[in-house]
Write a protein that binds this ligand. Sequence first.
Ligand code: NDP
Length: 408
Amino acid sequence: MHKVLIIGAGGVGSVVAHKAAMVPEVFGEITLASRTLTKCEDIAKAVKQRTGRDIATAKVDADNSDETAALIKQTGASLLINVALPYQDLNLMDACLKAGINYLDTANYEPRDVAKFEYSWQWAYQEKFMQAGLSALLGSGFDPGVTNVFTAWALKHHFDEIHTLDIIDVNGGNHGKAFATNFNPEINIREVTAECRHYEDGKFVETPPMSMHQTFTCPDGVGSYEIYRMYHEELESLVKHIPTIRRAQFWMSFSPNYLKHIEVLQNVGMTRIDEVEYQGQKIVPLQFLKAVLPNPGDLGQSTKGRTCIGNIIAGIKDGKPRAIYIYNICDHEACFAEVGSQAISYTTGVPTMIGAKQMLTGGWDKPGVWNVEQNDPDRFMADLNSYGLPWQLIELTSAHAAGLCVVQ
Ligand code: NDP
């Protein structure tokens, strides 16, 4: 029985709180803390209704590491689960070091004033966590998270060497709104408007955002979608930790409607992250845009359809070429029926709970700072099947893998 402190009461925080409450043999006492106390209280009520369990709530400013360290000590937690925003990562790692507990997150650190995300800032904490005998697990959502575990598991069981990796994230769901993002709008729009980077022949290559795309047909009748190559943070850690990878790319589906809205918002300056003067005050246009867009946590009610996220992996096994596709399909309405959230929050929050479970009971707590693929993937893969994200594997020919074709 362990005590955990979840920071962030958004779409993902709600799923983590629900799923942790459903595993009382591991998560003995749960505290949910965030900037807005009422959001924590609403989630606690929903968790009580669905699971019968009481979870504690607290107000905290995660930008203040002393305040957070004091809260950690007050709760007696041994693990902090960070599902606030990437801006808080370093402060929350500092708070864990001050209070002497382990740390887990789902997205790598990003400075507020530069739309740039990379692991260097968090990897720099390696010595501090080692010396304190504490563990930090980085990127335990779906992508990053499950996609890293899929790759580590494929390497352990199906390949001697992995040569190419294509991570494909399709959201075949429809929320019925004119425009909305599936997770925090500020973080989502910063991500999709960034320069594309993919890894090829030992280095990252930059191309203009959304300049490379193709049609991808998902298995099990999820449908065909246009997928766009973009940069995603797990590429950085995976090519570092699996150095035989020669090319790694990340693809995400976007509807023409979503792209049209993004283009217009960019053209009129609403995606800017620098401050502008407005009626005597300074505002950041992208933060203002977030305030007027639908809250992703509220999209569950209206979202229908399925997500399909997985990896096409090619390489060699026993001297012969080998290629596979490992994927999960998740139904938005089924997620809403279970925990009151749409599938994007669900596919992130479930692996967050599973990563926390590995840290608390599965040996994933060695001192230092780790990406998920640096741990043994087997129990995590088994837990995905047990806790709501079952996965499948399809054998591919090398030609089909190269063409991103998984349905023959
Ligand atoms: P939301 O915006 O819905 O929730 C973020 C929460 O963090 C809000 O409750 C917010 O409080 C709280 N918060 C923000 N700043 C602070 C602060 N200074 N102190 C305390 N609390 C704060 O985001 P999501 O739930 O959609 O996403 C959560 C995280 O998950 C993000 O980092 C996102 O990048 C990551 N993510 C990872 C994915 C993966 O697969 N790896 C996929 C999707 C998301 P308030 O309510 O007051 O604003």
